[in-house]
Design a protein around this ligand. Sequence first.
Ligand code: TYD
Length: 220
Amino acid sequence: MSRRGKFITFEGLDGTGKSTQMRKLAAVLRDVGHEVIETREPGGTATGEKIRKVLLDSGTAGLSPLAEMALMFASRVQHIAEVIEPGLATGTIVLCDRFTDSTEAYQGSGRKLGSAAVLELHHVLCGDLQPEMTILLDSNAGASISRARRRNQRDSKSSGRTHDENRFEQETRAFFGRVREGYMAIAKREPARVVMVDARGTPEQTHRKIVEVVRRKLKL
Ligand code: TYD
């Protein structure tokens, strides 16, 4: 039987460049011979992508914070069953753009549902699955959110889609302030798992920091 793979998650506020960094790390890991899966939440499976549409579409009006949290976990449970666990079981490195830390930061802290509820659901629904390592990209909150807004507006226009992914970007500065605090609290609580990477430099500078830390901590 092959050795169990490694689960690495990327976290941070909207617009910090997580997706770009994940893609760049995947390329480096593949170059040295690893099998790599790149995936994301909410989403990552056919069912999860349908749930993602409901969650991110600014046309989804009046979604209660608890329903929002439940949908994030519904997508995640399916994702673990269909993609993450089978990947890890066959020795693959699974790179995931957001995981339960996002729910703790956005729903627990941003929506004020509290960390305890999120961690309890994670225990019951996800069997407490923990990433070997979480890369938390930290950058200037205001600049990141503006970048995410511009990108999503551009994407929804150019694709001619009937739905968009702007629901969260319409949140207030206070909301994102709480999300950032939520992330800081997780990083402080779990220093062995969560590595904060300063993402204020160029994408290439951030990439080099990530490669260095992944090599050092996971010996990949
Ligand atoms: P993502 O596509 O990663 O957005 P971005 O590329 O802008 O960072 O994530 C979509 C949004 O979903 C993002 O605003 C954060 C939110 N989210 C939650 O609120 N809770 C969660 O558990 C997850 C996974 C995402």
